[in-house]
Design a protein around this ligand. Structure first.
Ligand code: SAH
Length: 357
């Protein structure tokens, strides 16, 4: 515990650790060191963001995907998935309801779907932008070319979520087919930054074959990339994927990593994810108490939700957006936090985020 405390204090002071120190700290996580870490993580979070919780409305607009990631339930070779795409009108009506419910950021997430060309997406983005000028539009649509990202940015999307999944190249190769690589994934993130997007990245905790050395590399990479948002959640197996019999990531390690990220990048946006809420009923509350400051309730139409299952037992499949919003508010109030109606910008700005396009 002495070493753990020393390393946590060092992290709080210097905002960084060496790879070996990260490994020691992650390997030694236990209830005592977690309690010590979370108290500091909460303090830092309160200094910058008070007791406010930002919310983002998640719109899962397509489950078509041309990729075949070994962990993901909507991978192209899962024949059980009933594929769908939302029309522009359906996406806009999700935004309308979301606006009414107090959302000021819409996250359009989907598989990598060629149907959504730059032209189609730009049209949708411009339309949302026009209808809701006080809202931020976030895309989470995977890897595209520099030119494509640039077009979407010009159309009015300001934010982009693209988890790096794991920084280690060999580990990345065990989670993905050969056409995908850590190098390409990371290059996309640097492209997004260069264009001027506010960038979110992140990884799964407890993904198959992950070691604490991989997590240490993830921390070093996050420090270097310095993104505006970092989304992490436990890996959860999906029954119709090659990883169906792998173990899920744990609540304890996920929370510990959230606390560490808060200490390393004090101003970063940190969501308490749906996957955390899936492995534990009060997982999202615990995420907030470990230093997270964002929640992402689902705004997708109820009839499509069962077809957007990245992992098994995903929560809220039968709740409509109003229920999800209310449930989240109650959960946050119970632990003394408050959901706010605003765009919820990151305070973790970076000179590299100045757009040159
Ligand atoms: N196609 C987009 C969106 C992917 S889904 C993209 O490539 O970015 C969003 C995130 O869900 C993924 O980045 C991954 O980290 C997470 N995810 C996918 N399958 C999962 C699983 N089985 N358990 C937990 N998280 C998963």
């Amino acid at each position: 515990m002495q070493t753990q405390k020393m390393l946590i204090d060092k992290l709080a002071n210097t905002k960084t650790l060496s790879k070996e120190e990260w490994i020691t700290l992650i390997d030694g996580h236990d209830a005592d060191s977690a309690a010590y870490l979370f108290a500091q993580a909460r303090d830092i979070r309160h200094q910058h963001y008070g007791k406010e919780v930002f919310q983002r409305g998640l719109i899962e607009f397509t489950n078509y995907c041309k990729q075949d990631c070994f962990y993901c339930g909507i991978r192209k070779s899962n024949p059980e998935v009933v594929r769908y795409r939302l029309s522009e009108a359906e996406i806009l009506s999700c935004c309308e309801l979301g606006y009414e419910l107090g959302f000021r950021t819409f996250v359009l997430q989907g598989g990598e779907d060629n149907f959504f060309t730059d032209e189609r997406l730009s049209h949708i983005i411009a339309h949302i932008h026009q209808a809701f000028p006080d809202c931020a539009i976030t895309l989470s649509i995977g890897e595209r070319s520099f030119a494509s990202y640039q077009t979407l940015f010009k159309a009015g999307a300001q934010r982009f979520l693209l988890r790096h999944e794991t920084h280690n190249h060999a580990h990345y190769a065990t989670l993905h087919p050969e056409n995908l690589s850590a190098r390409k994934r990371q290059a996309c993130l640097w492209d997004l930054k260069k264009i001027g997007f506010e960038v979110g990245t992140g990884f799964m905790v407890g993904s198959p074959f992950q070691t604490s050395a991989h997590l240490a590399e993830d921390m070093l990479f996050l420090k270097k990339l310095n993104p505006q948002m970092i989304g992490i959640g436990p890996f959860i197996p999906h029954h119709a994927t090659p990883f169906h019999d792998q173990c899920a990531g744990t609540l304890e390690l996920t929370l510990f990593m959230i606390g560490l990220i808060r200490l390393m990048l004090p101003k970063v946006l940190l969501p308490s994810t749906t996957s955390l809420g899936t492995i534990a009923t009060d997982g999202r509350e615990k995420g907030i108490l470990a230093g997270a400051n964002v929640v992402m309730p689902n705004l997708s139409p109820i009839n499509t939700r069962k077809n957007y299952q990245l992992y098994d037992n995903k929560i809220c499949l039968d709740d409509d957006a109003r229920d999800c919003r209310q449930c989240m508010e109650n959960r946050m109030n119970t632990i003394g936090y408050k959901i706010v109606v605003c765009k919820g910008d990151s305070l973790n700005l970076d000179e590299r985020n100045v757009a040159y396009v």
